[in-house]
Design a protein around this ligand. Structure first.
Ligand SMILES: CC(C)(COP(=O)(O)OP(=O)(O)OC[C@H]1O[C@@H](n2cnc3c(N)ncnc32)[C@H](O)[C@@H]1OP(=O)(O)O)[C@@H](O)C(=O)NCCC(=O)NCCS
Length: 402
């Protein structure tokens, strides 16, 4: 018997949930002009509240989305967000109750995976979420960068709604090329682009080459005291950049690095394998200012998730999966280059579902997980087979903050 209960919220309760969540991050309630953008992101049936004595004390939400997995398939996915428990109710099992309800609901409605961004690393492993992608934040001293090459296509500004329309179309086409990317729900663009544009100097530039528009960059510039040794630098922040191929990618970066009266270019989290330094005459002009975990992934339907991705050619391996919150996932899975089947065989490697999530997109190898004692090795020879099967040629990356 608990002293609280959890239930799905209706639209009369969304603003209370939003205020509660913001309070857990020590932010005041959203003013009306911000709420207008946030409100759109409350989708019916996707927000849970925990209640005690008739008051909301905790909340958790998800946005309907999809996830690209190795091999190019895209699976139903829930982007979990706005997780908060009122500070006078923490460490009494409220989040655990919300998680239990949410995980069950997401799986039963057909989501194969869920993901989130973790405010603290200690919270989500117990619920089956594992770090599945990482990213790096860069700072480029523009005056030292001296790019080695010149643009070959055309990059033009497209302002306002027209720019957002082109960006959305290109994002939807281009992002699933990389495993770990997720589709963006309509309200994402309102909150992350239009709301910011209403407050700051956001620009959208589109690149075109031989076959039309093939990439875009969204950025903003915060003017500093250009040229002064002591004053703040004029900083250009790259918020979103997607390109169809290497040519478009290089042109977009060259465009950004070529904008006058900018001291430094900074980025939000970019893929670990993005070769930006190689574009520069002085690669030391590009500094990695942070390197962090990005997506925490939860495999809700392990058989469906394992079957959705492709595998490299290698001898099979039998994985034994443990899952305390969704026990129907527990069992042995025989992974081969041609597919995955559930079996009764004894497992060669045994791991919790959060650890499987870390290996699933290819971010970390089974050997590394074994070396750090994150999985049980029954047959040491199985490690090389598992590494070979799950190997990927491109580092997974999400690239959508929520
Ligand atoms: C994170 C948060 C939602 C946890 O809620 P909660 O109701 O206290 O969590 P629970 O009581 O269900 O905790 C379950 C377990 O996780 C542990 N845990 C929860 N949050 C933790 C944290 N931030 N650090 C370390 N351990 C934590 C608890 O100690 C407990 O462990 P136990 O089962 O071994 O006793 C709450 O602390 C909060 O709102 N924090 C501020 C906002 C925030 O960070 N939100 C997450 C955004 S991604």
């Amino acid at each position: 018997m608990t002293d609280h209960d959890v239930r799905v919220l209706d639209d009369s309760q969304y603003r209370t949930a939003h205020t509660l969540f913001r309070g857990t991050l020590h932010h005041p309630p959203a003013p009306d002009d911000q709420w207008k953008f946030a409100q759109e992101s409350y989708v019916p049936g996707c927000t849970w509240g925990a209640f005690a004595d008739g008051e909301m004390i905790g909340t958790v939400q998800s946005f309907p989305s999809s996830l690209a997995v190795p091999g190019g398939a895209v699976v139903p996915h829930a982007a979990v967000s706005r997780v908060g428990v009122r500070a006078d109710w923490t460490r009494r099992g409220v989040l655990s109750a919300l998680q239990r309800a949410q995980l069950r609901e997401l799986r039963s409605r057909g989501d194969v995976a869920a993901s989130l961004r973790a405010s603290e690393t200690a919270i989500y492993g117990r619920y089956g979420y594992g770090i599945a992608t990482r990213y790096r934040f860069l700072r480029i001293d523009r005056r030292e960068a001296a790019p080695r090459t010149r643009p070959v296509g055309r990059v033009r500004f497209v302002e306002g709604e027209a720019g957002e329309r082109i960006a959305r179309g290109l994002f939807e086409e281009l992002s699933p090329q990389r495993a770990g990317t997720i589709s963006r729900w309509p309200a994402w663009w309102g909150l992350s682009i239009r709301r910011v544009a209403a407050e700051e100097n956001l620009r959208i530039a589109v690149r075109s080459g031989g076959s039309g528009d093939d990439g875009y960059v969204v950025f903003k510039v915060v003017p500093g005291d250009h040229g002064s040794a002591d004053g703040p630098p004029t900083r250009l922040s790259v918020m979103d950049l997607w390109a169809r191929d290497a040519e478009a990618w290089a042109d977009l970066w060259l465009f950004v690095l070529g904008i006058d009266l900018v001291d430094e270019v900074v980025t939000l989290g970019r893929p670990l394998d993005e070769p930006l330094e190689w574009l520069l005459g002085d690669r030391r002009a590009c500094r990695v200012v942070d390197h962090a975990d990005e997506a925490w992934l939860r495999l809700l339907d392990v058989p469906a998730a394992l079957s959705a991705r492709t595998y490299r050619s290698s001898e099979p391996v039998v994985l034994g999966v443990r899952d305390a919150y969704l026990p129907e996932n527990a069992g042995s899975y025989r992974v081969t280059a041609d597919g995955v089947t559930r079996v009764d065989d004894a497992p060669e490697l045994v791991l919790d579902v959060d650890v499987l999530a870390s290996a699933y997109l290819g971010d970390v190898s089974f050997s590394t997980l074994a070396a750090t004692r994150r999985l049980d090795v029954v047959d040491p020879a199985a490690l090389a087979r598992a590494d070979a099967l799950f190997a990927v040629s491109e580092v997974p990356w999400c690239g959508t903050y929520f």
